[in-house]
Ligand binder design. Structure first.
Ligand code: TLP
Length: 346
């Protein structure tokens, strides 16, 4: 199977498995797992932040950040197609007692003027704005890199109003590799950032939440409260350290494969394709079957992909390149797609 559903489907490589097998471990709830401590220090340094916390998933990292930055009864400014708003099960309401204030972005990015208009004035009957969240790269916008200047305008505006800004940086390393900027440059000024090890970096589990020392002290409490205090996590952290060493630069290959895939698919009549910034290709079916049906037909021929944005757009498909996808897989996918849309089989 050529599995383009997500970069979350990557499995540990031989080298990563060897690193995991030989990891030194201890009880991380006591703060005694040396490999996890090393990974957290490494992640904090990478992001140019004071401290970091290993968490089981990106969702938990985002939700811990929201819980730490806000208090119940506040609003959180989010983009309409963001992961935090759409596919995290309303957890900001469930766990933090806050409600999203949703701003439509243009391909995932809103402007400082839009944020300024959405920040609530200080009136006794309005829910105060407690946090702004951005997402880089932006998943539903096709792995789009957030325009840095615009992010900096939003950071300046929010901070001038005393509002913190969290970055859902699940794929921030894709943005770093694609732009040639360091992760710390991309996240400079954010109050917290979450990034994932279990997507393009190929780890089996794990994300890191980074921020100030005080923020991470509180984040550790919230993680435990959510049931995310884990014990001998060194086995997982070793995979993370290995990935940061060996799997970051190679993301460029995934971006190259995504470009190749997009170019190939764009040449097929009936499809229009969003030019990818990184490793996510969004395909719109202008003429032809529904996304659901086309995905089912491709599955029968050995290619897995999914309707985009959790199926909310019946004519849109998402394909994600990653370390389990070769150039040959991409070329074969393009051929199969062309055949399916011509309605015949070889
Ligand atoms: N994204 C997954 C699915 O949930 C859609 C994927 O296949 O792309 N932020 C962003 C931007 C994400 O894309 C994801 C996962 C998360 C957060 C949540 O991470 P996990 O799945 O580890 O909770």
């Amino acid at each position: 199977m050529i599995d383009l559903r997500s970069d979350t489907v990557t499995v540990p490589t031989e080298g990563m498995r060897a690193a995991m097998a030989s990891a030194q471990v201890g009880d991380d709830v006591y703060g005694e797992d040396p490999t996890t401590c090393e990974l957290e220090a490494r992640a904090a340094a990478l992001m140019g932040m004071e401290a970091a916390l290993f968490v089981p998933s990106g969702t938990m990292g985002n939700q811990i950040a929201i819980a730490c930055h806000t208090r119940p009864g506040q609003e959180v400014i989010v983009e309409a197609s963001s992961h935090i708003y759409n596919v995290e099960l309303a957890t900001m309401a469930r766990f933090s007692g806050v409600q999203p204030r949703v701003i439509p972005g243009e391909r995932g990015a809103f402007t400082a003027a839009q944020v300024a208009a959405a920040i609530r004035p200080d009136l006794y009957y309005l829910a105060p704005t407690g946090l702004v969240c951005l997402e880089n790269t932006h998943n539903a916008a096709g792995g789009r890199i957030w325009p840095l200047e615009r992010a900096r305008e939003i950071l300046a505006l929010a901070h001038s109003r005393g509002i913190p800004v969290h970055l859902d940086g699940a794929r921030i390393l894709n943005a770093a590799v694609a732009t040639g900027l360091s992760p710390s440059e991309l996240v400079q000024g954010f109050d917290s950032v979450m990034f994932c090890l279990s997507k393009g970096l190929g780890c089996p589990v794990g994300s890191l939440l980074c921020g100030s020392r005080d923020f991470i002290v509180e984040a550790r409490r919230v993680r435990k409260a959510l049931g995310g205090g884990m014990r001998q996590t060194g086995i997982l952290a070793a995979a993370g350290l290995y990935a940061l060493e060996h799997h970051v630069d190679r993301l460029a290959q995934d971006h190259e494969n995504a470009r190749l895939l997009a170019e190939g698919l764009a040449g097929i009549p009936g499809l229009s394709v969003w030019p990818p910034d990184t490793n996510i290709v969004v395909v719109e079916i202008e003429e032809g079957p529904s996304a659901q049906e086309l995905c089912a037909r491709l599955r029968a021929r050995g290619v897995l992909c999914s309707p985009a944005a959790a199926g909310t757009d019946p004519k849109r498909i998402r394909m994600v390149t990653h370390l389990g996808i070769s150039r040959e897989d991409v070329l074969r996918t393009v051929d199969l797609m062309a055949e399916e849309l011509r309605g015949r089989r070889v």
